[in-house]
Design a protein around this ligand. Sequence first.
Ligand code: ADP
Length: 193
Amino acid sequence: MRLLLIGAPGSGKGTQAERLAQRYGITHISSGDLLRQHVQERTALGRQIQSYVDRGDLVPTGIVVDMLRKPVVAAVEAGGYVLDGFPRTVEQAQAAFPTAHALGAEVQAAVHLDVPRAELVRRLLARGRGSDDTQEVIEHRLQVYLDETVPLLEYYANREWMFAVDGAQPPDAVHQEIVARLHKLSAFASETS
Ligand code: ADP
């Protein structure tokens, strides 16, 4: 199974991705976690991207695509992926498509976790992850989401494999709603029964 989770900062992508990975035996790949790991370990890539992450700006597409290639290929070989945080822009979706297509690893479903802005801000302030969770950076990340990721949702809007769920519910309820919607997609009729 190959899934995308799309949502604003604080929408619960990580939590839901983890649960889906467990339920379906697929690999959870978080672009944000991988980028933060590079920053923490001070790799060459980490030094190159730290300022973007700290400001709440998107890391350039080429860097993110290169970073994800290996883990995605490995995940596909191991049974599938749930990608959390990628793609985040139309440009990223377009950049990744030819590779995914060549590998026969195109996405089978994309889930939009829909959460009202006030709830996002509340959750992000409560989380306090570090340098990119100050009020100012949070506001900026939400603006980047509106400017860059909402157009991606519009770009995918008429695909039959894209759906939105109410991400303001408790985590269990969100998970159940995603699973129920996946069951209804013909691509998963056998995998989710
Ligand atoms: P959140 O969704 O809560 O902002 P993430 O962990 O997904 O948290 O992302 C944190 C930061 O990592 C982003 O603000 C951005 O700087 C960087 N990042 C994550 N995914 C991408 C991506 N697909 N493209 C560019 N930058 C990314």
